[in-house]
Write a protein that binds this ligand. Structure first.
Ligand SMILES: Cc1ncc(COP(=O)(O)O)c(C=O)c1O
Length: 376
């Protein structure tokens, strides 16, 4: 029997060498590597600027804070997402409005979005669920007409495109996750990207406890030629957080970014193997309509009516599974914001996540397929 894990980061000697060079420079904190990674990331996705942070949770928190929305305003968010998307709303003392998901894509339902919208709504946070793109052209047109800001939660995708344009560059701000299980990793880490450089400026301070000059900038100011005594001086004008990315993370990120295209293409090949090997009339169906071109899917999800029995059968075969996600309003914290989301409440009970990571082999997929196809 095989033992197959659910996710696995693809890291090796190139990342180690890159970390070694940070060790050699003996600058591990927020420094030049973060700056370099931010620039390369912006070039890669085609956005004006980026700010490196220590998680996508931090990215979502800061992105929403950029607009300084008055306390108590409402933010539209899909009910079936990881907690961080909605937590970011609470961190900003705003109120989440939970929107149902689309039956087929499992992303935010544009129909329900329109139904849940009120004049109190100031922003919407679409999530590209499993890496499957939300129909951003339609969403942007809808949001622009209502002056609603769009913050894309791209935690499940890195380098994926919709209609030829990178996910994370459709909205006003895009937030990415480099947590260890994601499409690319820095251990933990995140990125905020936007074309609006002015909007991002205060976030550079906010990620560094509100300080208007980070340690690296002060270090650079303290060069041999600088005989001023006040190189240490900085100001704090606004509330900030200890959310910065550091040079160790960025060292890994720069190497991962070079590998990202290859990893995304490998995920496409693996998904193709899964989808073409699944029994057409079987009890297990693909959870989203995977489009294997220009994609960056984080997870392979299926729908199975008898979920528990399926999970146990996979376990008996040494195949790890997961469930993403229980609708947030089923958690006590979000219960008070419960709204009518019948599709998510029905569909999530059928969702199972199966192994997907670049180093997964076709042999392993065939083994998983035989277990899946044998499930009656
Ligand atoms: C949809 C979504 N948003 C945000 C996050 C938070 O990402 P991070 O772990 O980098 O904070 C996750 C993490 O899994 C996620 O799945």
């Amino acid at each position: 029997m095989k033992e197959i894990r659910l996710f696995k980061p693809s890291v090796g000697k190139e990342e180690l060498q890159s970390i070694q060079s940070a060790f050699d420079r003996a600058w591990l904190g927020l420094g030049p590597k973060v700056l370099e990674f931010e620039q390369k990331w912006s070039e890669f996705i085609g956005s004006g600027a980026s700010v490196g942070v220590n998680s996508c949770t931090a990215a979502l928190h800061l992105a929403l804070s950029a607009y300084r929305f008055p306390k108590g305003k409402k933010v539209l968010v899909p009910v079936m997402t990881f907690a961080s998307t909605a937590m970011a709303i609470l961190y900003n003392q705003l109120e989440p409005v939970f929107v149902d998901v689309d039956e087929h894509t499992l992303g935010i339902s544009l129909k329900d979005l329109d139904q849940k919208y009120t004049k109190e709504c100031v922003a919407v946070m679409p999530v590209h669920f499993a890496g499957h793109p939300v129909q951003m052209d339609q969403l942007m047109a809808w949001a622009k007409a209502r002056h609603v800001k769009v913050i894309e939660d791209c935690a499940h995708t890195a380098g994926g495109k919709y209609k030829g344009k990178s996910l994370g560059t459709w909205g006003d701000i895009g937030c990415f996750s480099f947590e260890e299980k994601k499409c690319m990793t820095t251990g933990d880490g995140g990125m905020i990207s936007s074309d609006d450089q002015e909007l991002l400026k205060p976030l550079r301070h906010a990620r560094w406890v509100g300080i208007n000059k980070d340690t690296w900038e002060r270090h650079m100011d303290n060069g041999v030629g600088n005989l001023e005594a006040n190189h240490w001086y900085y100001e704090i004008s606004e509330l900030g957080y200890k959310y910065n990315m550091n040079d160790l993370m960025a060292s890994i990120g720069l190497v991962q970014l070079q590998k990202l295209e290859k990893m995304n293409r490998r995920r496409e090949a693996l998904l193709h193997r899964y989808l073409s090997g699944m029994r057409k009339e079987g009890a297990v169906k693909a959870a989203v309509p995977y489009v294997l071109r220009d994609s960056s899917y984080w997870a392979f999800m299926v729908r199975v009516k008898e979920r528990n029995r399926f999970i146990i059968e996979m376990k008996e075969n040494g195949i790890a599974t997961g469930v993403h996600y229980m609708p947030l309003t089923l958690h006590p914290l979000f219960l008070r914001y419960q709204s009518d989301t019948p599709i998510a409440y029905r569909v999530w009970k059928e969702l199972v996540t199966l192994p997907l990571f670049p180093e997964l082999s076709f042999d392993e997929i065939d083994y998983i397929l035989s277990a899946m196809n044998g499930f009656q």
